[in-house]
Each structure stands twice: as structure tokens, then as C-alpha cells.
Design a protein around this ligand. Sequence first.
Ligand code: AR6
Length: 182
Amino acid sequence: MLTFNRCTLEARVVDITTLALDAIVNAANTSLLGGGGVDGAIHRAAGPALLRECEALGGCATGDAKITAGYQLPAKHVIHAVGPVWQGGTRGEADLLASCYQRSLEVARAAQCRSIAFPAISCGIYRFPADEAVKIAIGTVLATLPRAPDIEKVVFACFDEAMFARYEAELKRRQAPPSKPV
Ligand code: AR6
């Protein structure tokens, strides 16, 4: 766990669809019409009304995020963020992934959310290298939080222990005080 101003950042091994927070983030695609991975799990758990609201949104650009209600989910809102497909790292993938985290927090703030959970966006079907993605996720959340001061809790929902270990290591590295000069 890491504390930044009044906000706690923590990693958990958990199915994101079970979290009763103000918002959970979906790793969506540009159509916003559902898919596999966490997107499929969120749509299944939320029920068909989520797809109907998504159909009215007109899609979403890569790197951007749009909000809906949570319907049958315990979370109040779903923030649908569209991560980049990994294409080797030379197509702006890192900036687009960072933009997902930044835009999600901006959208959460506008909806008065105080708590939010992120999956490891782009780290599944979109094949973004997980070590780099985790650094981008935590770094961008920390950089954006000063502009989203009402957010009190950020959960990084990990589907497996290997992903959890990456988040834990990066959170610990960021929490550690700078080493003293010898
Ligand atoms: N809770 C938390 N994390 C999960 C869950 C869950 N229920 N299910 C999967 N993960 P992915 P992407 C993890 O593939 O790479 C869809 O078809 C998973 O282990 O869901 O951004 C969309 O429609 C991985 O670490 O998202 C898009 O077309 C992470 O969530 C495309 O996949 C993200 O994996 C998006 O691909």
C-alpha cells in the first residue's frame, strides 16, 4: 500500500466485478460494445442494460475514457477506458496507456467518485508488456492525483499473483524514501 496526500493506492488479487467502489474501470475497445477478458466479465455481471447505455455513447478513442452506470454491479459506475494494442512500442503505446489512467481519473473526478479500481489495462488480449504497464499505471495515477483531490482510494485489481507482485514491488519502490547520500 502507498499513501499519497489523502489517497491510498493498493494492489489486490481480486475479480474487479466484485468491488463495491464508486467506480471500476473497464479495459474496453473502441466500439464500447463489449468483448472478452475483463470487459466480458463486467458486461456479464452488470447485465444487458450496460450494453444499451454503451450503444448510445458512440464508441471511444484509444487513450480516452467514458463513464456509465454500474447497473447490477456493486460498483456505482463503470469507466470504460480504451488501451492501446501493443505493436512493439513504437506506435505511442506508452503515452496512450498513460492517457487511459489520466482520463479515467478525470472522468471519475467529474462524477464525484472517491474510490476507483483499475484492471491492468492492455495487459491481456492487447499484449502490453506487464512490467512497463505497471510502472505507467502507478506513475500516471500519482501524477494525476493532485488534479483529482477528492479521490481517496485507488485499487489496482490483479487477476493473478504474478501481476499482484509487480504492483506491490512498484508501490514499495515509490513509497521508499530517497536513499541518503553516502
Ligand atoms: N478482474 C480483474 N482483472 C481481470 C479480470 C477481472 N474480472 N478479467 C481479466 N482481468 P484484458 P486488454 C485482467 O484482456 O488487454 C477485450 O476483448 C487480465 O488478466 O481484459 O486491455 C476488450 O473488449 C489482464 O491482466 O484487456 C478489448 O477488445 C487485464 O485484466 C480487449 O479485450 C486486462 O486484460 C482489451 O484488451
